[in-house]
Design a protein around this ligand. Structure first.
Ligand SMILES: Nc1ncnc2c1ncn2[C@@H]1O[C@H](COP(=O)(O)OP(=O)(O)OP(=O)(O)O)[C@@H](O)[C@H]1O
Ligand SMILES: [Mg+2]
Length: 246
């Protein structure tokens, strides 16, 4: 079972879009995928039109959770919305506070991939997700502030490694919102490749309106516009993930 989080400290870089479309791409390839919405905004759950059953907050509170089949091979755990914020405050007092998600999911079986969509914050929830996950995808929307978000996320990964004595958490950076008409996209992509070299995916996700539209009809890009650039780019990412995780 590969446990992978989509995380960066910067908001609006394509985390949810990546979580949803990567998870569905893997599921369409015949893999069993569990998608966990770890963000109180519930954007992943909303994309699938989920009505907010007992989610991650319930799992962390009592161990009870609803795991919903949302597509063939694709299962979803809702975040629990703002209840997750309350749980986070309660966890703050516990001694094993950064391990609670790993403990709650320790008996999880039957999935080939677990994909976590994370909130853009230096939060206890994200520390729990890092403790649980083996691989981190860091989307960078090819602007200056999202590049800063990459360094902050890499720093947080290092801190969690020290804090939990976890041996390895691998990360790879995913360039998103690439716009060939702008110099800033090319410049930041160049700098990211220079600094993080083999830790950057070859796949680049281009700006694509179909990706922006898809959640509005509760669809993934493969359902909304299977012939779009967005579908092609996320298909390429899925292929690259098979290589990375093998
Ligand atoms: N490649 C793209 N081209 C055009 N629009 C995109 C692309 N990727 C994502 N979007 C749109 O940009 C917005 C932000 O994307 P998304 O919600 O995936 O970011 P996020 O990192 O999850 O944000 P947050 O930090 O708030 O959780 C959404 O409206 C989404 O549909
Ligand atoms: Mg999001």
């Amino acid at each position: 079972m590969k446990k992978c989080a989509i995380m960066t400290m910067k908001g609006g870089t394509g985390k949810t879009t990546t979580a949803v479309n990567l998870a569905h791409g893997l599921a369409l390839s015949g893999k069993k995928v569990l998608l966990i919405d770890c963000d109180p905004q519930r954007n992943t759950s909303i994309t699938f039109g989920n009505e907010g059953k007992r989610g991650l907050s319930g799992l962390l509170r009592t161990g009870d959770v609803d795991i919903m089949l949302v597509r063939d091979n694709l299962f979803l755990i809702d975040s629990g919305g703002t209840d997750l914020l309350e749980v986070e405050l309660l966890l703050g007092k516990d001694r094993d506070r950064e391990q609670r998600m790993s403990m709650a999911l320790s008996n999880l079986k039957g999935s080939d991939y677990v994909i976590c969509d994370c909130p853009p914050s230096l939060s206890l929830i994200n520390i729990n997700v890092l403790t649980f996950s083996d691989e981190i995808i860091i989307p960078v929307s090819l602007d200056y502030l999202s590049k800063v978000g990459v360094s902050q996320t890499v720093e947080m990964i290092d801190k969690v490694k020290q804090l939990t004595s976890k041996k390895s958490i691998n990360f790879r950076i995913l360039p998103t919102f690439f716009d060939s008409r702008t110099n800033i996209s090319k410049l930041i992509l160049e700098k990211i490749r220079e600094k993080y070299s083999e830790n950057v995916f070859r796949t680049v996700i281009r700006v694509n309106t179909a990706l922006r539209e898809a959640p509005g009809s509760n669809k993934t890009i493969y359902e909304h516009a299977p012939l779009s650039r967005g579908a092609y780019d996320y298909y390429r990412l899925t292929e690259e993930i098979f290589d990375w995780f093998k």
